[in-house]
Design a binder for this molecule. Sequence first.
Ligand code: NAD
Length: 471
Amino acid sequence: MVKICCIGAGYVGGPTMAVIALKCPTIEVAVVDISVPKILAWNSDQLPIYEPGLDEVVKQCRGKNLFFSTDVERHVSEADIIFVSVNTPTKTRGLGAGKAADLTYWESAARMIADVSKTDKIVVEKSTVPVKTAEAIEKILTHNSKGIKYQILSNPEFLAEGTAIKDLFNPDRVLIGGRETPDGLKAIQALKSVYAQWVPEERILTTNLWSAELSKLAANAFLAQRISSINAMSALCEATGADVSQVSHAVGKDTRIGPKFLNASVGFGGSCFQKDILNLIYICECNGLNEVAGYWKQVIKVNDYQKNRFVNRVVSSMFNTVSGKKIAILGFAFKKDTGDTRETPAIDVCKGLLGDKAKLSVYDPQVTEDQIQRDLSMNKFDWDHPIHLQPVSPTAAKEVSFAWDPYEATKDAHGVCILTEWDEFKTLDFQRIFKQMQKPAFVFDGRNVVDVQKLREIGFIVYSIGKPLDP
Ligand code: NAD
């Protein structure tokens, strides 16, 4: 029986390995992590992450050919194929601070693999890493390797949170990069045969190592760039009376452009887009490509601009101050169908409003009070000027309360900000909400989910990103 071990039981390692176990019943899959609470959760009925369809997949395989464990070394030493899916955040200090990827977790995983391995291994980069990481990993693994052979493959993950299981069942493509040597090609073939159990042959792409590593950064940069492009357009729509939904529909009808990822919003978030673009910028700068770096910087700058623009719109609409006013925040996760709040635009919007002394009542169906308090109390790293921006002060943090439903959040509120596109926000009883709010009652839709006309008829003053302003 082929044995796979995945180091890192997070948003990527957990779902990816669960799907491999489901689709390949003859493979034994162990997912290992240094976090005891996380592994306990993976072995319980309360999984550590919310992802539609994940519970069912895990339930079907757990204990049969899928195991979650903290016994990292044993599972690594027994595995034929080791995926490394540890976090690769942005460095916060030292060389490359604010841009370069922090490979501390990766390096320690590689050193541990080198220490405990007794047989040849295929080591797969599942984490998103800078181009040429495989070269460094190879050095760590093969130095004093006691005759053990390692083949490094790059197999970046393209799943999107919220649709991870769907994406893993039916990926647009699986990318495998490896060395073009006989052993390298054999390793590529071994990994390919795992995916080939359910992914059609023509969707499994093989490339050299560096192309695979760079493709992941490039894909995320392109996706984020589309969001910044439509968000930049949304500002122009508001200034001219055009409607961004109509513009994106018209633009997306061009088959060369396509309709996906053209929704204007308060900005992109998540743990990947900003981090991966910063990484790309750093690699460009290291290679003396400053003009190219500047191009990608602009994608992040527009994203920051969009979040600021939203906060300014809220404050200016509410007679230039939100001091002492209750504002309901509907949605805190960075997108719908996930409880992930990493780099969510809600953090910046809430901090901006608290900076003007608003009182916030936050509701999100998948985010806990602790998560919100933790996110708001964290430092934000300013990538352009490597200094730490202030977290929300303890006094301001007291102005944030947690609501169990949207009606509790909006009771006596002066304004409502919709920051995540949860489906349930589309069917809210806005008549009821209007009745219980202070007047004039404002709705600021950062995700274009509400029917603006209908809300205006109820009596709300409505601002929706990129839409004509209230008459
Ligand atoms: P995560 O933080 O959810 O999970 C990483 C896990 O690795 C953590 O549980 C951590 O405890 C564990 N870990 C760290 N060092 C370890 C070690 N030495 N031994 C054992 N476990 C260790 O991160 P994630 O969101 O799953 O992302 C992982 C990688 O995948 C990142 O490089 C990310 O950029 C990339 N990626 C993420 C997504 C996404 O949507 N989240 C999508 C594609 C790619």
